[in-house]
Design a protein around this ligand. Structure first.
Ligand code: GRF
Length: 210
């Protein structure tokens, strides 16, 4: 792997011109992947390029999005590795290594990664989560935000550490919660912000990683 040096931020003004190589891990729809593809393919100033997409689910729609964008894909089916997380992670590491990722981006990737995977990536793994962390870690975030009577919800892009949804925050974006919101209406409002937050997070960390 080309990943190295952990996620220590250096001087953010020390921007380099080399584009960061993003490998995106997905399990489904892939709308956040699409936001990264769009940013990297339509904005010449975007400091990164998506060089590969891995799915743990063979029919994930995000794979189709990648193909349409001309980005190589690979599937490592988690189903085939039940009870052997280490072998699953080794298979993923072997699959993405040829792409020489600088940053591994989890985008709706529904598997928890162990320190084995995170360390092999030099700590350069980030995730998007649909809540204002540290609130509402885990699943069903929108229903839980409404149930809790929160006035606002949002999304968080953060560094991945072994403890779920707990790493250092890179970017958060907020939306109001309205009285008549359902989990679905709130999810749709948050998703719009997710698609801005992920490219924003890449911009924020890219220069410092060179
Ligand atoms: C997003 O809400 C993301 O925050 C969460 O899973 C969802 C994935 O959506 N982790 P998509 O596959 O990117 O469309």
């Amino acid at each position: 792997m080309s990943l190295q040096n952990g996620n220590k931020m250096t001087d953010p003004n020390q921007a380099s011109h080399r584009k960061q190589r993003l490998v995106v891990l997905i399990s489904g729809r892939g709308s956040n992947l699409q936001a990264l593809l769009d940013a990297s393919q339509t904005d010449p100033s975007f400091p990164a390029t998506v060089v590969g997409v891995l799915s743990n689910v063979p029919d994930a729609y995000g794979l189709e999005r990648a193909r349409q964008a001309g980005v190589p894909t690979v599937t490592v089916e988690s189903r085939l590795y039940k009870g052997n997380r280490m072998a699953f992670e080794d298979a993923m590491l072997a699959a993405i290594a040829p792409w020489q990722p600088d940053i591994v981006c989890l985008a709706g990737f529904m598997r928890i990664l162990t320190p084995h995977f995170i360390d092999a990536c030099g700590g350069r793994v980030i995730n998007i989560h649909p809540s204002l962390l540290p609130k509402h870690k885990g699943v069903d975030t929108h229903a839980r935000a409404i149930e809790a009577g929160d006035a606002e919800a949002g999304c968080t892009v953060h560094w991945v550490v072994p403890e779920m949804d707990s790493g250092e925050i890179i970017v958060q974006r907020r939306v109001p919660i309205f009285a008549d919101d359902t989990a679905d209406s709130l999810a749709a409002r948050v998703l719009v912000e997710e698609h801005k937050a992920y490219p924003e997070a890449i911009r924020k960390i890219a220069g410092a990683l060179n």
